[in-house]
Ligand binder design. Structure first.
Ligand SMILES: O=C(O)CCC(=O)C(=O)O
Length: 299
């Protein structure tokens, strides 16, 4: 994301909230956010929270996530043979279905409760998880809006983006156009050179502040809404892979919409078990993750 990084205006600091949730602490529901934090999230469309996972416990999950993403990765081309999206990261999804330890991580109730508290809803469901490993010298992640991909009738969708290692700006920091979610769907374009150009133009025209952290510790996390425009820089490290795990949630009760594009058709089949438009998105692939007991039904 060289061009775009050049465009970024200094580094306005993300709102940083000091909380230590710790993976092994009480998994019962608890509200840890203030109204001010929730309001800033809805104003900006994103928030950075410190120590969402305790470092020592996260380090226990890191090898499982790394091993599973290597095992299930299907990208075999050299970086130089890939398009812009392909260069951005190795993307391996729904690892919770393959590995019990990764499932424990993805099903961490506190992550889901934070997502629910930020959205201001009682319960959230899983859309999918994804490991996003940006290889050494991996390319930038073009500007985009996630919800372009999601056939859901709610804007109450949220991604938790958590580095599994300490990262700095040189390794591909997630970068937000603050307030851009308030404009809803713009451009209807998938992640690509075209989305980079389209959203960059739009962001410049509307003067959204560009916000990213300089550094993040392992276990810190950002949360962003589905319509928040965002991108990430290239990984300029010659040796280090940027290891990030994400979990996407949506408000319980959301219904499936008729797919608006081919990507939504694919998402409907793969992440929502081909529910029909109008049906509640509550398939076995979409358990409620902040309930006292997480129920995963089989098909
Ligand atoms: O990790 C990245 O480079 C981009 C992540 C992203 O776009 C997302 O999680 O929505």
């Amino acid at each position: 994301m060289q061009a775009s990084e050049g465009e970024q205006t200094g580094s306005p600091s993300c709102l940083q909230v000091e909380i230590d949730l710790g993976l092994s602490a009480d998994r019962n529901a608890m509200s840890v956010l203030t109204e001010t934090e929730r309001q800033s999230f809805w104003r900006d469309g994103h928030i950075l929270l410190s120590s969402v996972a305790a470092t020592d416990e996260l380090s226990g999950f890191r090898p499982a996530i790394r091993d599973a993403s290597l095992k299930y990765n299907t990208e075999t081309r050299n970086l130089s043979d890939r398009d812009t999206y392909g260069k951005a990261f190795l993307q391996v999804m729904n690892l919770w279905r393959h590995d019990p330890q990764v499932r424990e991580f993805v099903f961490t109730r506190k992550f889901a409760q934070l997502a629910a508290d930020l959205l201001g809803v009682e319960r959230v469901r899983l859309y999918h998880d994804q490991a996003l490993f940006k290889e050494p010298q991996g390319g930038y992640t073009p500007w985009h809006q996630d919800q372009y991909y999601w056939p859901l009738d709610t804007a109450k969708t949220i991604t938790m983006w958590m580095p599994l290692m300490d990262i700095n700006e040189e390794m591909g920091m997630l970068t937000f156009a603050s307030g851009s979610h308030q404009h809803g769907p713009i451009g209807s374009v998938e992640i690509s050179d075209e989305s980079e150009a389209t959203y960059k133009r739009y962001i410049a025209a509307h003067g959204f502040p560009i916000v990213k952290a300089d550094t993040m510790r392992a276990g810190d996390a950002t949360f962003h809404l589905g319509w928040t425009m965002h991108c990430a820089g290239a990984n300029r490290s010659a040796t280090l892979t940027r290891e990030v795990m994400t979990v996407i949630y949506f408000a319980d009760g959301a219904r499936v919409t008729a797919p608006a594009n081919k990507n939504q058709e694919d998402d409907l089949a793969v992440w929502l078990d081909n529910k029909k438009p109008g049906e509640v998105a509550d398939s076995y692939l979409n358990p409620v993750l902040n309930a006292p007991e997480i129920v995963v039904s089989s098909r």
